[in-house]
Write a protein that binds this ligand. Structure first.
Ligand SMILES: [Zn+2]
Length: 270
């Protein structure tokens, strides 16, 4: 009896030491990875805002700061995972910016612009690997063009958990359009997203970042609730939801500067 009791105690001690049977010690995320167990993520209202990271093409192109190497992207995502950051959805960002709702601690938003084929071939596998949420802004006219994503790929990305949203129809600057063109440009994009993906889209990214009061009003009329610029800075509660700031991520951003961009709103804008 006594031996049995000590054996039991030994077994329980081993389970605690190895984490066996204790799912709360696992680093599961609330992202898109399948098969990971969920842990309770601490929620809070971030007092200084949320960094919304802006990516474009991923690949090996020299002398173009907008094209980030895959190695850099991997290093950055590993940093976020290792340091327990939580990539949140645009809905969570909206609830925080407009209603001051809490979000997972150490929040960050990942956005990829333009719909390049590498968003499918490089970014999607990395997001799956880390279980991260992200959003892809597509100029819908460009889909199925030779150098861009196909609707088939976009659909697959959507099914993997990536949020697909509008980057306009022709990728033209909204702030330079007359009212009827403006409405047309936004409505066509909304219609295509509805037809191709079955979504009523609520998020928009200004091509070239160009926004003005007329563009903001047109987006509001079309049912958009958050619109993203290329103006640098963190997104804060009370900011204009039609002029959300984002943080540029290019090849010149090394890991030390990346760390700064996601940990302080006073980051070095090089
Ligand atoms: Zn763009």
């Amino acid at each position: 009896m006594r031996i049995w009791k000590w054996s039991c105690l030994f077994l329980v001690s081993c389970m605690i030491l190895t984490g066996c049977g204790s799912s709360s010690t696992q680093k599961a995320d609330s992202g898109v990875a399948a098969g990971t167990s969920q842990k309770q993520v601490e929620m809070a209202v971030p007092p200084k805002g949320i960094p919304v990271l802006m990516y474009h093409m991923i690949g090996e192109v020299k002398d173009n700061d907008a094209v980030l190497s895959e190695a850099h992207l991997r290093e950055q995502m590993k940093f976020l995972k290792d340091n327990d950051f939580h990539p949140i959805s645009l809905n969570q960002l909206y609830e925080y910016m407009v209603h001051n709702k809490p979000v997972p601690v150490r929040p960050v938003v990942l956005t990829f612009d333009d719909g390049y084929p590498d968003t499918y071939s490089i970014v999607m596998p990395i997001m799956k690997e880390y279980g991260f949420k992200c959003t892809v802004f597509i100029p819908t006219y460009d889909a199925d063009q030779s150098t861009r994503l196909t609707w088939k790929q976009i659909k697959e990305m959507q099914e993997s958990g990536m949020v697909i949203a509008s980057h306009g129809y022709h990728h033209n600057r909204l702030s330079e359009m007359k009212e009827h063109t403006l409405d047309d440009e936004i409505e066509k994009s909304q219609e295509e997203l509805q037809q191709q993906l079955g979504i009523t889209n609520e998020f928009f990214c200004y091509p070239y970042g160009g926004n003005n009061p007329a563009a903001e009003a047109a987006l509001k009329k079309a049912g958009i609730k958050l619109a993203f610029t290329m103006n640098g800075g963190w997104a804060k509660y009370g900011d204009d939801p039609y002029a959300v700031k984002r943080i540029w991520i290019g090849n010149a951003v090394d890991i030390a500067n990346f760390k700064q961009r996601v940990t302080t709103e006073q980051y070095d804008q090089r």
